[in-house]
Design a protein around this ligand. Structure first.
Ligand SMILES: [Fe+2]
Length: 409
């Protein structure tokens, strides 16, 4: 055993010695700190292994966040570079301490070149024992070689896919990706209710991260919760398994000609409903987002964008009149009109629909379907500097309908 460990150590040393330009990434996502709370559950005799492939989060022109899960607590890092030889190494650090003793691994690569292809591999070195004055390390495992591209700040086009309301049907990811065929896309946006409620980590791996690994090691996965991800005993823990921009559940991003706003619409019932037993405060949370939303809509980037797109789970119109819906309508609806969004994309109703601008809304309005076969949808959005196009496809590959609108700016 001793020899085995020592040969593993020397392999690691060699690997690190071969790496130049090693950097320690700063501004650690909160998600990356989540490992300790699971430590009791995972220390077992199992050999060290990955529970997921790496998955890409929160891409920008000069950064990429990479997450992956392991079955053992570990010290983790990413090796990356512009060639398959890699050459740089990044570890996440906060307040002088590297992100160790975790199984939810998260490293943000910083200071990357825009519009550049990078190759990468993730590494995890098992921590067998973490004593105050003695740390015993075990086996190092490494992933396959993957690649991603940073965003092009001058991009004139963007393509993305939207899926919603999968509701614990992991096969739906593959089924819906299949109908996209080999048409290119830059990222996938998940518009809430991937689950019925949050139970445990295995559910997240089996029903989200593993099926999404068909694309998420090379194309970023962007996420917003629906009302179902806020339910269940693991709903608070679930937040640690993905990383959105600024580690927020509501966020903006700019990609080519599109300025996108993502809102977290919360629960559908009032906060004081008996099923929550006093455990939620989504009214205040939506109010907070409305203030933030208006701030975003006053920015130059928003005003100047060729297209303004809002994505959120519960649609404020063409929906029911439950509390969540009416609150979204009251708080967000007037701002969508005042600041003139171009496209709105939601899910939630389990009844797909495409609605042209009308008296109720001045923008195109899309609601994806789900979760049963025959009612599932894949939404494809393409924007260039002149035209925004949305296509909604049914799970049999047929076209439900499309929007095509020219830019007004
Ligand atoms: Fe929903």
């Amino acid at each position: 055993m001793k020899n085995e460990n020592s040969s593993r150590r020397s392999f690691l040393t060699k690997t690190i010695a071969g790496v130049t330009g090693s950097v320690v990434a700063s501004s650690i996502p909160v998600a990356a700190l989540a490992g300790n709370q699971y430590s009791n559950a995972v220390l077992s005799d199992e050999s060290h292994r990955f529970l997921t492939q790496p998955y890409l989060q929160a891409p920008t022109t000069n950064s990429m966040t990479i997450m992956w899960l392991t079955n053992q607590l570990c010290l983790n890092w990413v090796e990356y570079g512009e060639t398959e030889q890699l050459g740089s190494k990044a570890q996440q650090s906060k307040k002088g301490m590297l992100n160790t003793h975790t199984r939810i691994n998260c490293v943000s690569l910083q200071h990357l070149k825009p519009n550049t292809k990078y190759y990468y591999k993730v590494f995890s070195k098992q921590i067998i024992e973490f004593q105050p004055y003695k740390m015993t390390l075990g086996e190092t495992i490494s992933s396959e070689l993957y690649h991603f591209s940073t965003l092009d700040p001058k991009a004139e086009e963007v393509n993305w896919l939207v899926m919603n309301d999968i509701h614990d049907r992991p096969n739906s990811f593959g089924d819906l990706l299949k109908i996209n065929g080999d048409r290119p896309f830059d990222f996938v946006f998940l518009n809430g209710d991937m689950f019925d409620y949050q139970t445990n980590e295995k559910q997240i791996i089996d029903h989200l991260l593993t099926p999404c690994s068909a694309f998420s090691s090379t194309k970023p996965l962007l996420y917003v919760r629906g009302n179902h991800e806020t339910r269940g005993q693991f709903s608070r823990d679930f937040l640690n398994y993905y990383y959105n921009y600024n580690n927020s559940e509501y966020y903006t991003f700019q990609w080519g000609p599109v300025f996108a706003i993502v809102l977290d619409t919360g629960e559908d019932k009032p906060d004081d409903h008996p099923v929550y037993a006093g455990s939620v405060s989504f009214d205040a949370y939506r109010e907070e987002q409305a203030i933030w939303l208006e701030q975003q809509m006053k920015t130059k980037a928003y005003k100047n964008a060729k297209f303004r797109v809002v994505m959120m789970h519960i649609p404020h119109l063409h929906s029911d009149d439950w509390h969540g819906t009416t609150e979204c309508k009251r708080l967000f609806g007037p701002l969508f009109e005042k600041y003139k969004i171009d496209l709105f994309v939601a899910g939630h109703t389990h009844k797909y629909g495409l609605y042209e601008p009308c008296e109720e809304h001045s923008y195109h309005f899309a609601i994806g379907g789900g979760p049963n076969t025959g009612n599932r949808t894949l939404t494809r959005i393409n924007a260039n500097t002149k035209t925004l196009k949305l296509e909604m496809l049914k799970d049999d590959g047929s076209l439900i309908g499309e929007f095509i609108r020219p830019t007004k700016r």
